[in-house]
Design a protein around this ligand. Structure first.
Ligand code: ATP
Length: 238
């Protein structure tokens, strides 16, 4: 379970997150949806422990800043950061050792197969394409078998096959009881994935929508209505 309670964050005079409250239960997929500049990355970075903030964030009931919470938490940033001089395989081994995770050789092999990295294991970080880097970053997050995972615009830069695979992985994770939070401004990427969507703009959560009560098509209309944005087709007069 992931809980964000009264989260506020200021950059100078800009209030990027203003008393943000939401929760994603065990085994559910939450989507943080908002236009550019809404404050999504600020919330994500706060949860990931990369920013100082006011309020509280709990992972599996523990303070997100605690070591115990960090052990069961994984974060896939919008831009992958790899070590130039480590191979794909060494990245995975480094993460396994850092987290003290218990992972079998078969599980590593399965992960590499799933993301088409099996034949790239000996490539160095700086020899990979952007999409391959993103896949390694996703594998590093998955290999620790997180209880809570955050993905910031995870589909950006991935090819259609990898997007399909990632969607399958996300659904599998939720099926195993993992809590998933995905930040995006691309509604079409998260169709069929979500259980609960939080629409954010100007630092506020403007609406919380449960899958049971809103269809994908209606979510799009709601998004444009609560953020006060005109749908692109409306603007074009088409
Ligand atoms: P996008 O979809 O474009 O990535 P976002 O929803 O992730 O946007 P944030 O990056 O959280 O939005 O930005 C929220 C607000 O905070 C914006 O007004 C932005 O200009 C401001 N902001 C973000 N980072 C900083 C920073 N380091 N210093 C100053 N202002 C910032």
């Amino acid at each position: 379970m992931l809980e964000v309670i009264g989260l506020s964050k200021k950059y100078g005079k800009t209030l990027a997150a203003d008393d943000v409250n939401f929760a994603v239960p065990d085994g559910k997929i939450g989507i943080l949806l908002g236009p550019n500049g809404a404050g999504k990355s600020t919330v994500i970075k706060s949860i990931a422990g990369l920013l100082r903030y006011q309020g509280a964030i709990r992972i599996q009931g523990m303070d997100a800043r605690s070591l115990e919470a960090k052990k069961c938490f994984a974060y896939v940033p919008e831009l992958p950061y790899l070590y130039d001089a480590l191979t794909v395989r060494e990245h995975i081994e480094f993460i396994i050792r850092a987290y003290g995770a218990c992972v079998s050789e078969d599980e590593i092999g399965e992960l590499f197969e799933r993301f088409e990295l099996a034949d790239k294991q000996d490539k160095l970080g700086n020899e990979l394409s952007k999409g391959m880097m993103q896949k390694v970053s996703i594998c590093c997050a998955l290999v620790i078998k997180p209880k809570v995972i955050l993905l910031d615009e995870p589909m950006v830069g991935l090819d259609p096959m990898a997007i399909k695979e990632l969607k399958g992985v996300i659904l599998d994770l939720a099926g195993q009881g993992c809590t998933v939070l995905i930040s995006t401004h691309m509604l079409e990427m998260v169709k069929e994935l979500w259980d609960v969507t939080f629409v954010m703009d100007k630092g506020h959560i403007l609406g919380t929508y449960a899958r049971e009560s809103v269809a994908d098509e209606d979510l799009e209309a709601l998004f444009f209505s609560v953020t006060g944005q005109a749908k692109p087709s409306d603007q074009d007069g088409r």
